[in-house]
Ligand binder design. Structure first.
Ligand code: 5GP
Ligand code: MN
Length: 336
């Protein structure tokens, strides 16, 4: 393990740096990665953000976005950059399997690996770790890494602040989740002082739906929502046929599960989507209910207590059945 003094010293010289984040990046994955990117390029580093896959259009406006490399669209260039890197920053994920084929490239690279993350049970592949499961977002940890560890609050530029604000806003569900502490609000206030235009960021992320996406949401709520009051659980399932019919693109299913959770008394909400090769599950819960435990135990996944995900190779119908059948095991937690 490297100490902060050595890492800080390394970063005083221009380095070749790759920043990577998890499969199907969300607002925190992109916000924390581009926040760090905008910080590093101010110091003359040769930095690149490489994402394992594409990401939603409502995130493609952040400063530095045009420089992002998507692995699946640029495999050779990505592999070359990882192989040549002096440092690789791994943001918002805890195991190398979360970055698909990039994972093995990162594992075998001789670069110094820095993990900045807030997920439980991190895999031991890094040389330096800035990790805290209590953080509401990895973007919050990028802020504390820059300000407290590297002691460069002067380098929180408007671009850095804009990206980090986006990460904190999206991962805290717009400052709603229990981990949105007073400290988070103080950081957020600093980011606004540094130039993040909060109302504009909300507008860009949340008010940029296509008409079709809204109609798709209507369809899910009108026709696909199943409420199991006996277990205070609500489920939405989406077939491949529906994805086609409503021309669903990356990001369009984001947030739908939260509507199911918004019903009074519901403690657990599940969204199951039949993707090309697997069924993807998104779980959200209220309070103490451990959504991540279900994902880890049954669906090859994990995440946070109130927001977790996973996948299954079974059919959509089988996964739905399996999910319903495991609810009795959690009944006491669900109905208390
Ligand atoms: P979402 O439902 O938005 O896809 O994911 C919610 C959270 O669950 C993510 O922030 C991530 O922490 C976790 N998550 C989602 N899918 C997976 C997965 O396949 N594996 C693991 N380990 N975590 C996941
Ligand atoms: Mn996150």
């Amino acid at each position: 393990m490297l100490d902060i003094a050595s890492l800080s010293q390394l970063l005083n010289q221009p380095q070749k740096i790759v920043i990577t984040t998890h499969h199907k990046p969300d607002g925190d994955a992109m916000g924390s990665s581009l926040g760090l990117y905008n910080y590093l390029i101010q110091q003359g580093h040769h930095a690149k953000v490489i994402t394992p896959t594409d990401y939603p259009e409502f995130l493609n406006w952040m400063p530095g976005n045009e420089e992002v490399i998507i692995y699946t669209e640029n495999t050779e260039l990505s592999a070359q950059l990882v192989a040549d890197a002096d440092l690789v920053f791994c943001l918002d994920f805890n195991t190398l399997t979360r970055i698909n084929a990039l994972g093995e490239l990162v594992r075998s690279s001789t670069a110094i690996k820095v993990m900045i993350d807030h997920h439980l049970e991190p895999e031991d592949f890094d040389d330096y770790r800035h990790w805290d499961i209590k953080a509401c977002a990895t973007a919050q940890l990028v802020y504390t890494f820059i300000v407290n560890e590297l002691q460069r609050p002067d380098l929180i530029s408007a671009d850095v602040a804009t990206c980090l604000y986006t990460g904190i806003m999206t991962d805290s569900a717009s400052f709603r989740l229990p981990n949105t502490t007073a400290a988070v609000h103080r950081i957020t206030a600093d980011l606004i002082d540094a130039g993040a235009v909060n109302w504009r960021i909300h507008e860009l992320v949340y008010n940029s739906s296509s008409e079709m996406r809204l109609r798709f949401l209507g369809h899910c709520l009108r026709n696909k929502l199943e409420v199991l009051y006996e277990y205070n659980t609500a489920i939405i399932t989406i077939t491949r046929q529906e994805l086609k019919e409503f021309e669903v693109i990356t990001g369009d299913t984001e947030g739908i599960v939260n509507y199911a959770l918004s019903i009074a008394g519901i403690r657990l909400a599940a969204l199951m989507v039949e993707r090309a090769d697997r069924v993807k599950l998104s779980l959200r819960s209220k309070g103490e209910f451990p959504a991540n435990e279900i994902c880890k135990k049954y669906f090859n996944g994990g995440g946070h207590r109130n927001a977790a995900g996973g996948h299954s190779e079974l059919t959509l119908e089988q996964v739905t059945q399996q999910f319903k059948q495991l609810l009795p095991e959690y009944k006491t937690l669900l109905i208390q």
